[in-house]
Design a protein around this ligand. Structure first.
Ligand SMILES: [Zn+2]
Length: 501
């Protein structure tokens, strides 16, 4: 017997508009001042009328295009009716049978494993639709039975719901899909995807296909785990469901269709999912077209305008960086995966120093490490691309060694105070002060080599006896005597000298 895990994800993404989707209230995240960003429309007062925010619709279409979805020429708004304190109208404006987009996909890069390179995974997108967010209920968890409270600042914020096909096959693949989706949406600038602030939320539909030894395939009942608020929790909740559903099947023999679809929550502290209410069917929501909103006719000119404004997608950028700068797929993924600004930073450094590989090594190791230690984003990092490009250009043109460049890099950063911007002029100063300029005066190097060779007859004898590695210490001594010499040059000159003796 073996099992296959079947996962489909529903992702809610808050769009980065200035104002809400059907009124003019601001969408700023403002948890300390509840209910100040509201008006008659988003409070659901009688007689108020919603008006579609064009910017929200534009960002939603942008999102769907990046997901390779077909955009409908005609789309409409429906009321999804349910009562909840954070939903003052008693219904949510959403899209039911005519979403603005459907039938797309997201591609996941092949994984490099010990068995070799995997294949590109294409995860289908059933649909992406636009809707309004509800408010937020806060409950007193202290056990002192204080009142629950409602904050409607968030009510009416535009959300795109992205529903995937059940194409994901493992908890880690679900995580990779979410990471790729987040990267794509942040590159597009349609959402900040900040999970702490609830800008990206995820529900996971999970079940197992149990393949028995006698060749039968038994699907277990589908469970929806709601409101997963971190990628790690998505992975953990699915891992837990894999074990739980197999146990449950062994105990009860229940398969899909035997019981109603179940909604579960995830308790991150205990690492378990738990049963919630029974899942509503679409008919429970009594959807009907919103009579206050006109349907949207999407023109080809409107679509063309958006299409021409789209940026290069992360997947395309990875391919282009790998080809243009001779990078490995892995390095290109690390650079692109850090976000748009980081990728732009890398490209500027690579162009300035003329060595894409060298730039990649520095940016993915030295710069990333320093950024993490300082808890800074690339935009806050004091060493701008122009300065790092200048520094690395001196390696390419053999003015300094890589080792010296590291010393300059560290010195530059140690001299910075908060928010101070560093200049290339400081590089010259540090190189001069520390005597790091590569010595091309071969006379000085040859003199140092002659001294060192004369003082180390044992090493010279070992080298002559065939121990190539023996001259390492001699290289070190010469480098000490002549600061800024190129170690590769010194090594060759020492070997020449000894061989000629
Ligand atoms: Zn409002």
């Amino acid at each position: 017997m073996h099992t296959t895990t079947i996962i489909g994800l529903e992702v809610h993404v808050q769009l980065q508009t200035k104002t809400k989707v059907f009124c003019g209230c601001t969408t700023a995240f403002n948890p300390t001042q509840p209910n100040v960003q509201t008006c008659p429309v988003c409070l659901g007062l009688p007689g108020s009328l919603p008006v579609l925010n064009r910017e929200a619709f534009t960002l939603a279409v942008k999102t769907a295009m990046a997901l390779n979805c077909a955009i409908s020429p005609y789309t409409k708004w429906d009321r999804k009716q349910y009562y909840y304190p954070d939903l003052p109208k008693g219904y949510q404006i959403s899209q039911y049978d005519l979403p603005f987009s459907e039938d797309g996909f997201v591609e996941l890069e092949p994984l490099e494993t010990e068995e070799g390179t995997g294949e590109t995974r294409r995860i289908g997108i059933i649909r992406a639709h636009l809707e309004e967010d509800a408010g937020k209920n806060t409950h007193d968890d202290s056990g002192r039975k204080a009142d629950s409270q409602v904050d409607l600042n968030r009510a009416g914020t535009p959300l795109v719901e992205i529903v995937s096909q059940p194409d994901l096959r493992s908890p880690s693949e679900a995580r990779r899909y979410l990471e790729e989706l987040k990267l794509l949406l942040t590159y597009l600038g349609v959402s900040d995807c900040n999970m702490q602030e609830g800008s990206l939320r995820c529900d996971a539909n999970v079940n197992l296909h149990i393949h028995t030894d006698d060749g039968h395939k038994i699907p277990t009942p589908i469970v929806e785990v709601k409101n997963l608020n971190s990628f790690r929790n998505v992975e953990l909740a699915i891992e837990y469901e894999e074990k739980r559903q197999l146990e449950q099947w062994k105990k009860t023999g229940q398969k899909i269709g035997d019981v109603a679809k179940e909604t579960r929550g995830f308790d991150a502290a205990r690492g378990v999912t738990f049963a919630q209410r029974g899942k509503e069917e679409a008919s429970d929501y009594r959807y009907f077209p919103d009579p206050d909103l006109v349907p949207v006719i999407v023109s080809e000119e409107f679509l063309e305008g958006i299409r021409s404004s789209l940026c290069e997608f992360p997947a395309d950028r990875r391919k282009r960086l790998a080809a243009a700068y001779q990078l490995s797929t892995y390095d290109a993924s690390v650079i692109v995966g850090q976000g748009l600004e980081f990728a732009e930073y890398y490209e500027e450094v690579a162009k300035l120093c003329g060595d894409g590989k060298q730039a990649s090594n520095w940016v993915t190791q030295d710069v990333l490490r320093e950024m993490n230690e300082r808890n800074q984003t690339i935009a806050q990092f004091p060493l701008r691309a122009a300065v790092l490009g200048n520094l690395l250009g001196r390696i390419t043109s053999k003015q300094i060694t890589i080792k010296s460049a590291r010393e300059v890099f560290a010195t530059l950063l140690s001299e910075t105070h908060a928010r101070q911007v560093l200049s290339s002029h400081q590089i010259d100063q540090i190189i001069a002060e520390k005597g790091l300029a590569l010595v091309t005066d071969t006379g000085a190097i040859e003199q140092a080599i002659a001294d060192v060779v004369a003082k180390n007859p044992k090493i010279v004898a070992d080298f002559k006896g065939g121990k190539q590695g023996a001259i390492g210490p001699l290289v070190g001594q010469v480098m000490k005597a002549v600061k800024g010499a190129d170690p590769a040059v010194v090594r060759n000159l020492i070997a020449e000298k000894i061989n000629s003796m």
